[in-house]
Write a protein that binds this ligand. Structure first.
Ligand code: IMP
Length: 207
């Protein structure tokens, strides 16, 4: 029987990336459900101060709601020249205080504006992945290093991918394939670490 797992995000891009990553890494068959699939329509207040806290808030909220082991990520872009901003506010960088998330295009436009004239371009995507279930809960974190360029390049990916240049590919994350992105990305590394821990607890070496 397939094990049910919830991924506590309604971001279709993230859901696809995580499904792909878990398929590669989990040692057993699974069915990945979204919050909508389990009938969760509520808003989760992400009032933690770190990626770790916010991912655990999401994982625990969904697990308490449906009783199905739940994974959640919280991720964002930390730019050195901006003191680590937008950080945990990445999804709502261009929004007024108290408003919800702002569109990707507006967030990247604001980032490019704030980076105009800055010499130090280093940045990293950070991802915390939390897992909540009856017997096991944990949080892992990973980062992907890059540089903020001064214009958008590429049509793939989402969020800040078009302005995030990775030395390894000499391309932005919006110009590489999904497989290439997953091989180095913050989410790729964090999900693979989480999958290893889930395999140790639930795996049956069927694959
Ligand atoms: P979250 O859904 O609260 O974790 O917000 C994450 C935000 O960080 C997204 O809305 C994007 O703006 C940004 N972000 C996280 N991961 C990525 C990525 O892989 N590529 C581009 N932007 C990302």
């Amino acid at each position: 029987m397939k094990m049910k797992l919830v991924f506590a995000s309604s971001n279709a891009h993230k859901l696809r990336e995580v499904k792909e990553l878990l398929t590669e890494s989990l040692s057993f068959d699974f069915e990945l459900l979204s919050p909508k699939d389990v009938g969760f329509g509520g808003d989760i207040v992400e009032n933690g101060e770190t990626f770790e806290e916010n991912s655990m808030i999401k994982a625990k909220t969904l697990f308490r709601f449906c009783g199905i082991p739940t994974l959640a990520d919280d991720s964002g872009l930390c730019v050195d020249a901006l003191g680590g901003a937008p950080g945990i506010h990445s999804a709502r960088y261009a929004a007024a205080p108290g408003e919800g998330n702002s569109p990707d295009l507006e967030n990247t436009a604001l980032l490019l504006k704030n980076m105009r004239g800055k010499e130090i371009r280093s940045a990293r995507f950070v991802c915390a992945v939390s897992f909540a279930s009856e017997d096991l809960s944990f949080c892992v974190r990973a980062a992907c290093e890059g540089e903020i360029i001064d214009e958008r390049r590429g049509e793939g990916g989402f969020g800040y991918d078009p302005v995030f240049f990775v030395e390894r590919f000499k391309k932005t994350l919006a110009e590489v394939s999904e497989e290439e992105k997953n091989s180095i990305s913050h989410r790729g590394q964090a999900v693979r670490r989480a999958a290893a821990l889930i395999n140790a607890a639930f795996g049956n070496d069927k694959k």
